[in-house]
Design a protein around this ligand. Structure first.
Ligand code: GDP
Length: 207
């Protein structure tokens, strides 16, 4: 297993409050997309990631550290829970701050190895997803970028499934992002996609 232990480390509100550099994987998505559930599934925990519905928490970068115990043999790294960039319900000043923070983070955080963009498969691509894709393009992190479809258990049939994938591909094309970008279907409810994400994460982290 990649993770021997994992715990919440801290929340960061700007570039100055980020923890010391360690290899890290970021998970981005608006609240309710299924981010906490996914992080919990990946780590095999029931309630590691506090659900980000907790007011304040949604605006911070929440850091989890893996393999930080003395007896843990795995490599130490961070899992970072990032709020989505397109905050529907916040004022423009807050939105500007977080857009700027995320932009700086994508540009400057060299230890950032992977960015998982979570998209609710039942809802599909929304405005904030397109905004995030713009940010990925602008900050030149395409090779770290990967799409994760959440809650695929909610999709009724195969046709719905392919519509979602087509929607993601259209958005990638519109934003001039590579069509070879990984699109990983997941369900935290049914533990679908766990190995796929880990394999992807491992490959990028070791590269
Ligand atoms: P967050 O706000 O992005 O951290 O989202 P949560 O992980 O708290 O999940 C939001 C809601 O979606 C909760 O009611 C979860 O039970 C539900 N949910 C999350 N993942 C799944 C999934 O894989 N399948 C289904 N059916 N529901 C899910």
């Amino acid at each position: 297993a990649v993770i021997k232990s994992v715990r919440f480390l801290k929340s960061a509100v700007d570039m100055q409050t980020l923890p010391p550099r360690l290899i890290e994987a970021a998970f981005v998505g608006r609240s309710n997309v299924g981010k906490s559930s996914l992080i919990n599934m990946l780590c095999g925990k029931k309630r590691l990631a506090l659900t980000s519905n907790t007011p304040g928490k949604t605006k911070m970068f929440n850091y989890f550290i893996a393999n930080d115990q003395k007896e843990a043999h795995g490599r130490r790294f961070y899992l970072v829970d990032l709020p989505g960039v397109g905050f529907a319900r916040v004022d423009s000043k807050t939105k500007d701050h977080w857009t700027q923070f995320t932009t700086d983070y994508f540009w400057e955080r060299q230890s950032l190895k992977i960015v998982f963009h979570l998209i609710d498969s039942k809802i599909g691509i929304q405005k904030h997803d397109l905004e995030l894709m713009d940010l990925v393009k602008e900050t030149d992190i395409e090779e770290k970028y990967c799409v994760v479809l959440t809650k695929v258990d909610k999709l009724g049939n195969k046709r719905v499934h392919s519509q979602i994938i087509d929607g993601v591909l259209d958005a990638l094309e519109e934003k001039a992002l590579p069509l070879t970008t990984n699109i990983i279907p997941t369900s935290s409810e049914y533990k679908i996609g766990r190995d796929h994400i880990w394999k992807h994460m491992y490959r990028l982290m070791l590269s």
